[in-house]
Design a protein. Structure first.
Length: 109
């Protein structure tokens, strides 16, 4: 059974371009590599256009990853490259990410 990881990231609005650039350069290639190795079944990063809180000073992102098991998720989260990326972007996050993990129950595609 696979595991789905859902994370809501919040960034200061004036820092979103830098976050997206760093993500494209540093994290997305890692995602592609993990996907090619079968360690990520699917992954996406989506800027939220509708949110329950209407704070115009921040941009929220929905990050979804489906992994074969918790082991692949932990391997990714503990990689030196990802930890370096986090060090760069954390100062632009006014709140801690909201993280949910669970065994995938239903899925299409």
């Amino acid at each position: 059974m696979s595991e789905t990881v859902t994370i809501i990231l919040t960034f200061q609005k004036d820092k979103t371009r830098e976050f997206e650039r760093l993500f494209a350069e540093e994290v997305y290639p890692m995602w592609q590599d993990y996907h090619a190795q079968g360690k990520f079944l699917a992954a996406s990063l989506t800027p939220a256009s509708v949110t329950p809180e209407k704070n115009r000073a921040v941009q929220e992102y929905m990050l979804l990853v489906e992994v074969p098991s918790r082991a692949e998720h932990e391997e990714f989260d503990q990689s030196d490259s990802f930890l370096r990326f986090l060090d760069k972007v954390k100062p632009s996050q006014p709140v801690e990410p909201k993280v949910w993990l669970g065994d995938t129950l239903f899925k299409v595609g």
